[in-house]
Design a protein around this ligand. Structure first.
Ligand code: IMP
Length: 180
């Protein structure tokens, strides 16, 4: 059973649902005040469960699109992202809300935010289920953060280890013996 590989549960299904509701309501209020409707850009694959839960609580006529990005390996290009799947339409003049599972070093979101602004987005904001501020290398503003995350390797609710555990309904810490 999957749960045998989990050292401890950090955020339960119900806690995540409650937090998504609060985030969705805050996003609705803020964008209403700004008079804007964001295009939600979800980064595959980790953000999928979060996107599904969050968008139910955003009471605006939003659209959704997806990107797949991968970090380049190798020392010279650390911090650069390679776009594996791009957006399906032009974003010139569009408000973007990037939906991410976790912000760790911040490199991925720093690169993608710049890329989307370069493509003509009018503004780019970030919502992330988890935020690991201790690990930050690049300065990134997480406009909406679900939960601060301890400096441990976490899995579940979209987050993976070697592509596994994304289907857990909660966020937990993986047992160290499984990855060390
Ligand atoms: P960053 O560019 O270092 O901020 O990396 C963000 C990406 O690293 C996330 O989208 C995740 O795919 C991955 N990541 C970082 N920490 C964890 C973790 O604890 N569990 C699973 N994936 C993680």
């Amino acid at each position: 059973m999957l749960e045998n590989d989990v050292k401890k549960v950090l955020f339960s299904e119900e806690e995540i649902r409650q937090r998504c509701k609060a985030l969705g309501e805050q996003i609705t209020k803020d964008y209403n005040e700004m008079g804007k409707v964001p295009l939600l850009v979800a980064l595959l694959k980790g953000s999928v469960p979060f996107l599904c839960e969050l968008m139910k609580y955003i009471d605006l006529p939003i659209e959704v699109d997806f990107m797949i990005v991968s970090s380049y390996d190798g020392t010279e290009s650390v911090g650069e992202v390679h776009v594996v799947k791009d957006l399906s339409r032009s974003i010139r003049g569009t408000s973007i809300l990037i939906v991410e599972d976790i912000v760790d070093t911040g490199r991925t979101l720093h690169s993608i935010s710049n890329l989307l602004l370069h493509k003509g987005a009018s503004d780019v904001k970030i919502v992330s289920l988890l935020d690991k501020p201790e690990r930050r290398v690049v300065d990134v503003t997480v406009d909406y953060a679900g939960f601060p995350c301890p400096n441990e390797f976490v899995i579940g609710f979209g987050l993976d280890f070697n592509e596994k555990y994304r289907n857990l309904g909660y966020v937990g810490v993986l047992k160290e013996e499984l990855y060390k």
